[in-house]
Design a protein around this ligand. Structure first.
Ligand code: 8DG
Ligand code: MN
Ligand code: MN
Length: 371
């Protein structure tokens, strides 16, 4: 065994939900590199490869100190051959040639621009790229008919691609809380998503809404959007009603990780602080507001703990929790419920802590869920 100058070997559990993963972690050079490869795989529609890179990225982010050499990673789970090669390259050369090539490829650049449009997914972007569309200008002159979401996405492209700051998220919270409480007194609004995990910026602001009297929350999304509209701050919205009652997941496992809550994907107008506007005037033109993506989700109180856990993320953390549930506990976890396949019954919970306990997992606080 080599001893002495070498740092000790790391150890880590294999599921991300068994670990605490902070943001940004101590190995950003490595995790940023792996994130590019994960993103590139996502943009290629290669889910398996994307998840493998995301798992490697999350594992490295969970380490409590900087990695000095690959020898310290011996025996760690989640790191495949490909990831280890990339890590080696970054440790030796300060960067990975594969990552550099990926970032400069016309396909990656075009797919990032096109999927950066709200309402445009990988499939659509791929089709456009195949037709030679690589930029917003080319898309605009292509004659393609865009759906309402994509039209809004194009219209507010610059704003929506500028990260939302924590201060902006707080300002949006005030607007949303005012609207919610004016249409349903006693309703509770909880900030979810990346901001709940302590991230300092995000691509949108996620809110989970409930009411202590079950049933009172029904139809709330429509009332809230009507209120926001009357106040002139609703730039775009697409509402989906709750479909959980009609076909509950039952004994089977959820068909997809899309849940069935009443929800609204929206774009809100955030009126900015006059001082801030002065400072930003050069890049944001002269308008005293900016567009911000906001997700509103309404949950009945009886499902709230599951909804909160599901909408706090990260996406990988959620995915890992569901994988743990199925493979290690024979349970099915969704944003609505937890079903025990052995006992053939639902396990109720009124807090996230109880859900972790049902799953035999140590509790991980939101700030540790940045997998
Ligand atoms: P970001 O916005 O700062 O980029 O990060 P985020 O807050 O972690 O990502 P998000 O895309 O806003 O998603 C927040 C959580 O919401 C994520 O863990 C997954 C969860 N979620 C569901 N259902 C759905 C769904 O149908 N669509 C999306 N986009 N997210 C969903 O539980
Ligand atoms: Mn979010
Ligand atoms: Mn969201």
């Amino acid at each position: 065994e080599q001893q002495g100058v070498e740092a000790p070997v790391f150890s880590a559990a294999s599921y991300a939900c068994q670990r605490s993963t902070p943001q940004p972690g101590h190995n950003t050079l490595l995790t940023d590199s792996l994130a590019v490869l994960a993103e590139s795989a996502e943009l290629n529609g290669d889910e398996g490869r994307a998840v493998a890179f995301r798992r490697s990225e999350a594992l490295l982010r969970s380490l409590d100190r900087r990695v000095q050499g690959v020898a310290e990673l011996r025996g760690l789970p989640c790191l495949g051959e490909h990831s280890r090669r990339v890590i080696q390259d970054v440790l030796d050369n300060g960067k990975s040639s594969e990552v550099e090539e990926t970032k400069s490829s016309s396909r990656y650049k075009a797919m990032k621009v096109l999927t950066g449009i709200f309402g445009v997914g990988v499939k659509t972007a791929k089709r456009w790229f195949t037709e030679g569309i690589c930029s917003l200008a080319q898309l605009e002159t292509s004659g393609h008919t865009l759906n309402p979401a994509q039209q809004a996405g194009l219209k507010y492209y610059a704003d929506l691609n500028q990260p939302v700051t924590r201060d902006e998220a707080d300002a949006i919270s005030v607007t949303v809380e005012e609207a919610v409480c004016s249409v349903l007194p006693g309703a509770q609004v909880t900030l979810a998503g990346g901001f709940r995990r302590g991230k300092t910026s995000g691509h949108d602001v996620d809110f989970l809404i409930t009411h202590p009297d079950e049933g009172k929350e029904e139809g709330l999304v429509h009332k809230v959007t009507a209120c926001l509209e009357s106040r002139g701050v609703l730039l775009y919205h697409q509402t989906t009603r709750n479909t959980y009652q009609e076909s509950p997941e039952g004994a089977g496992r959820p068909r997809s990780n899309m849940d069935r809550f009443e929800r609204c994907f929206s774009i809100l107008k955030l009126v900015q602080d006059p001082v801030q506007v002065e400072a930003d005037q050069t890049d944001s033109g002269c308008r005293p507001w900016r567009a911000v993506r906001v997700d509103l989700v309404v949950s009945p109180i009886s499902q709230f703990a599951f909804a909160l856990l599901g909408w706090t993320g990260s996406k990988l953390f959620e995915r890992e929790m569901r994988r743990w549930a199925v493979h290690e506990k024979s349970m099915s976890l969704s944003s609505h419920a937890l079903y025990d396949n052995n006992q053939k019954r639902y396990l109720t919970a009124s807090s996230e802590e109880e859900i972790f306990a049902h799953l035999g997992l140590e509790y991980v606080s939101p700030s540790g869920r940045n997998a």
